[in-house]
Design a binder for this molecule. Structure first.
Ligand code: 5GP
Length: 120
């Protein structure tokens, strides 16, 4: 696994305002911002505010309110970015086999062009 939660990971620093981000949306339980190295015309990241390393930790440890707030934030971002009609892709890399780099759970949202069959 990726080990215990590291409060010095880059997304923890973004949540604390220690490094900047291009914010898209925020609610009580989630923050959304543009990926620094976009792999599609629109590439957003949505993260919960709580200290969860990966989807496994988030889905098993977060409260229903956190899971609800996070899930609604994902939908809100897609709508705010105007992607609902054209469609979009959600992806989350879970752990080493998937190549997860940042050890704070996040969902990628890709859109803005016809997407190929796979996108990391
Ligand atoms: P992972 O491979 O962990 O699923 O993806 C991590 C993503 O975070 C990558 O797409 C990478 O470009 C993005 N990322 C890494 N560091 C930063 C940063 O400091 N700011 C932003 N906005 N995105 C970052």
């Amino acid at each position: 696994g990726l080990g215990p939660y590291d409060p010095q990971n880059v997304f923890a620093k973004i949540l604390r305002g220690e490094i900047p981000c291009r914010k898209i949306y925020e609610n009580e339980h989630a923050l959304a911002f543009h990926d620094i190295a976009p792999k599609a015309p629109v590439h957003a990241l949505i993260i919960p505010k709580g200290p969860y390393v990966s989807f496994a930790d988030f889905s098993s440890q977060a409260s229903d309110a956190e899971i609800g707030g996070f899930t609604r934030a994902v939908g809100h971002v897609a709508a705010q970015l105007g992607l609902e009609d054209a469609g979009y892709r959600l992806l989350s890399n879970m752990g080493a086999a998937a190549g997860q780099e940042v050890p704070h759970f996040h969902v990628h949202l890709f859109g803005g062009a016809a997407l190929g069959p796979m996108l990391q």
